[in-house]
Design a protein around this ligand. Structure first.
Ligand code: ADP
Ligand code: ADP
Length: 212
């Protein structure tokens, strides 16, 4: 299965995409995670992306498309994948369609959450260096400030500061939300899911609408 997870920053795409990818036994491919790893490793891509990400703007299409194409060419993605955070522009959507050719996408899960809740969620988001995600109130780790999976210290992402989040929401509305129309006009099945509520219930709603 080849699926996209669409929705505003902080909607819970990553949290749910990990769970759906585990159910299906396919990789969860999150361009934000890949870019943060590049920044942490100090690669050429990371150096180019760092400032742009800190402002909450989008990294250039050329760089992100090349990174994504390399990733989906790896053997583990041959039978399917979940894309989280890509595409984020129409140009990225077009590049993906061209790359996949006849192997069409199977659907897109759209997680909807309104802006005030997004800001609340992102303010409480904590992540570990290996990209495991928590929320201080709604999805806390067993030991405060420590990742359950690998014992690393949790931190707040630089771009999760409130003024950056407001910019990310504007960028989302202008550049990413038009992809919903782009895909529905091309006949891709979009599965709308209410992003408010218990994490397990949302996981079950996604599984039900995807029939998996
Ligand atoms: P969110 O948690 O808001 O969904 P991500 O982790 O997906 O955030 O992305 C963090 C940042 O990485 C974005 O604000 C942007 O700067 C950059 N980024 C991630 N994916 C893309 C993409 N497909 N195109 C351009 N920039 C991207
Ligand atoms: P995205 O990938 O869309 O940016 P995340 O999966 O990182 O979103 O979730 C954003 C924040 O909200 C995280 O701190 C996460 O733990 C929390 N979160 C995710 N789903 C829910 C939910 N259903 N209710 C409350 N908080 C949630």
């Amino acid at each position: 299965m080849k699926l996209l997870f669409l929705g505003p920053p902080g909607a819970g795409k990553g949290t749910q995409a990990v769970r759906t990818a585990e159910r299906l036994g396919i990789p969860h491919i999150a361009t934000g995670n890949m870019l943060r790893e590049a920044v942490a490793a100090g690669t050429e891509l990371g150096l180019l992306a760092k400032e742009v990400m800190a402002r909450g703007d989008l990294v250039s299409d050329d760089l992100v498309i090349a990174m994504l194409e390399d990733r989906i060419a790896r053997p583990d993605a041959a039978t399917g994948f979940i894309l989280d955070g890509f595409p984020r522009t129409i140009a990225q959507g077009e590049a993906l369609a061209e790359r996949l050719g006849d192997e069409a996408l199977d659907g897109a899960v759209y997680i909807g959450v309104e802006d005030d809740e997004i800001v609340r969620r992102i303010s409480g988001r904590r992540t570990c260096p290996n990209q495991h995600v928590y929320h201080v109130d709604d999805n806390p780790p067993e030991v405060s400030g420590i990742c359950d999976v690998d014992g690393e210290a949790l931190v707040q992402r630089d771009d999760d500061a409130e003024h950056v989040v407001r910019n990310r929401l504007l960028v989302y509305r202008e550049q990413t939300e038009p992809l919903v129309e782009f895909y529905s006009s091309r006949g891709l099945r979009i599965h709308p899911v209410n992003g408010l509520g218990d994490l397990d219930e949302i996981e079950a709603a996604i599984a039900a609408t995807l029939d998996i």
